[in-house]
Design a protein around this ligand. Structure first.
Ligand SMILES: *Cc1c(COP(=O)(O)O)cnc(C)c1O
Length: 396
């Protein structure tokens, strides 16, 4: 037998973390890494944050799980806080981002069903989008590497180029339910939507009675310097999927919606055994206590500006491999030239310079530090990137 006990769907690298300390990960062999990947935008308070650790430990000793058949004082309290801080009137808790998107898709379809227009089921989605790995969410992307061999997929999605408002408008027909879009594409290459595009989708949705569904699984939860990225675009969605940062590492997602958009989601239409259990709610409450705070968000913006400027200053010195910086807040991407390969450069930074980043589409190195980084971490990362670029260029 050659298959590994862990199903070999990930090309796992040689870093084998066994401990985390703030913005650092420590491997099985004792090596230390500056973690500017954060479990892919998940560990927003870094590793071992005392408030998160204590909340989880205390709740684990009190009550880990009960069925959603019972009342949930913990879930009600967190949902109320999310409602108070966002466009939403109601929240469904899930265990992952893909499930949050699934709930968003179901909510959108059910809205039109409740309105007596069940034929309006189609969501317009965008090239390079990533919405998760379930059958429903891979149906919502056009990327062959996620779809091949899993067909037939779920009908009811049509994909058009990102940031192309005319293409989105042209795709609207009488079976369209709405748009599903990431305000900042993450896996696709850290590409922010233009203001004209995202506001244009909102206007088209309003004009045609469609729903604007945002996937803020990666760009939400303070990552871009506002609680949610869409706040910076001056619009609100009808439905939004959230996950990654919301539990700070505890598996949790959420689907948020307005009362109008959620009108079809009545008792019996959806469910989850674990979704929003007391342990998850304790973790998410600890995260929310820290993150949803104007001072914290202002700091994320300031650190984002600082990191971005430092990255921009690197470019002229290494312009054979660095082309530009993109992104928003602390969701940044370093676009490489065709002289370098993002996946190789990420491996080089990791193995030879002890810096963890993540490769994304369009030959981009994703830089997703914990939101609690200090100036010293920024300086250390820039040093590592600079040294890494120097010997990568020398070897090329
Ligand atoms: C990570 C991600 C998902 C999927 O989240 P999982 O927790 O892996 O299911 C969905 N949408 C976006 C934008 C993501 O970045």
């Amino acid at each position: 037998m050659t298959i590994t006990p862990l199903m070999p769907v990930y090309p796992r690298c040689g870093v084998r973390p066994v401990r985390g300390e703030g913005c650092y990960l420590i491997g099985e062999d004792g090596r230390r890494f500056l973690d500017f990947a954060s479990g892919i935008a998940v560990n927003i308070l870094g590793h071992g944050h005392p408030a998160l650790t204590k909340a989880i430990a205390d709740q684990a000793a009190t009550l880990i799980h009960v069925s959603n058949l019972y009342g949930s004082p913990q879930g009600e309290a967190l949902a109320q806080r999310l409602v108070d801080k966002t466009f939403a009137d109601t929240v469904f808790f899930t265990n992952s981002g893909a499930e949050a998107v699934e709930c968003a898709i179901k909510t959108a379809r059910r809205y039109h069903y409740a309105n007596g227009e069940p034929q309006r089921h189609k969501l317009i989605t965008f090239d390079n989008a990533f919405h998760g790995r379930t059958l429903g969410t891979i149906s919502a992307t056009s990327q062959p590497k996620m779809r091949d061999g899993f067909e037939p997929l779920l009908p009811g999605f049509t994909t058009v180029p990102f940031n192309d408002l005319a293409a989105a408008e042209a795709a609207i027909d009488d079976i369209t339910a709405g748009f599903l879009v990431e305000p900042v594409q993450g896996e696709g290459g850290v590409t922010p939507a233009t203001g004209e595009f995202l506001r244009g989708l909102r206007a088209l949705a309003d004009k045609h009675g469609l729903l604007l569904v945002l996937d803020e699984v990666q760009c939400g939860y303070a990552r871009t310097g506002t609680f949610f990225a869409h706040e910076q675009y001056g619009l609100t969605p009808d439905i939004m999927a959230v996950a990654k940062g919301i539990g700070g590492g505890f598996p949790l997602g959420a689907c948020l919606a307005t009362e109008e958009a959620a009108k079809g989601m009545v008792a019996g239409t959806h469910g989850s055994t674990y979704g929003g259990n007391p342990l998850a709610m304790a973790a998410a409450t600890a995260i929310m206590d820290v993150v949803v705070n104007d001072d914290f968000l202002a700091e994320v913006r300031a650190k984002g500006d600082r990191l971005r400027q430092a990255l921009e200053q690197l470019i002229p010195n290494h312009d054979t491999i660095f082309e530009g910086v993109r992104g928003l807040g602390l969701m940044l991407g370093l676009k490489l030239t065709d002289k370098a390969v993002a996946r190789d450069f990420v491996a080089h930074l990791r193995d030879n310079h002890g810096l963890l980043t993540v490769a994304a589409g369009e030959n981009v190195v994703r830089i997703l530090p914990p939101l609690v980084i200090e100036g010293t971490h920024i300086a250390e990362a820039i040093e590592k990137l600079s040294a890494g670029a120097r010997d990568y260029e020398a070897a090329a």
